[in-house]
Design a protein around this ligand. Sequence first.
Ligand SMILES: C[S@@+](CC[C@H](N)C(=O)[O-])C[C@H]1O[C@@H](n2cnc3c(N)ncnc32)[C@H](O)[C@@H]1O
Length: 229
Amino acid sequence: MSGSDVAGQGEFGAEAEVFDSETLGSSEAVRNFFGAAYDGVTRYAELLRDQGELRGLIGPREVPRIWERHILNSAAVAQYLPATGAVADIGSGAGLPGIVIAVMRPDLEVLLVEPMERRTTWLSEVAGELGLTNVQVKRGRAEEYHDAFEVDAVTSRAVAPLSKLARMSLPLVRVGGELVILKGRNVAQEIEPARKVLRKYGAAEPEILEGLTVEGVESTTILRARRSK
Ligand SMILES: C[S@@+](CC[C@H](N)C(=O)[O-])C[C@H]1O[C@@H](n2cnc3c(N)ncnc32)[C@H](O)[C@@H]1O
């Protein structure tokens, strides 16, 4: 994986403060936040820490900040997902946010859409290791599934600018469903260039939603757009 496509290099969360990931991951606030999902999320963080760099899933700089920039960041999206139904995470890569969602929301069916075999192998192994019976790994580009399935929500992080992401993802969202994507702080700038494609696929005006703050770690912004027709 080249440096440029390694997730989490400057896009998410605050750069200034560096937390000790192990300490953060075992803190009371993080335990309380995840509740019943804590053990599963912790196991996933350990797998990423031990194998993520070796398997080309995350860059070396990300290993000490897995909790801060990846787990907590991904967790922010869970609160905005529907109560039940199916969610497709487009471009799951190492499993962010898809695996975190699957652990936190066992009531949701989670489809992990990822074209690279090396990464789908990893995703299937992680799902097996964590005993996630609500995960399906779909190897391929999102566009290849446009006529294959529809879901209640599509999630995505660090895959493409909104205009491109909307084109690849909205055809997978059922009418009444939502695109719920993790974005950097400058997300508002992506809306104008995406308006035409959002209209084409019947998406309502996007909302910009707050992420979350746990133990002083601020996660990134979330953009949500409902498909109204
Ligand atoms: C920078 S990585 C981000 C991975 C993960 N979402 C994260 O935040 O760590 C982008 C991922 O999107 C995948 N991808 C690129 N184009 C795609 C497409 N058209 N459909 C689905 N996945 C795609 C890549 O293979 C890669 O795993």
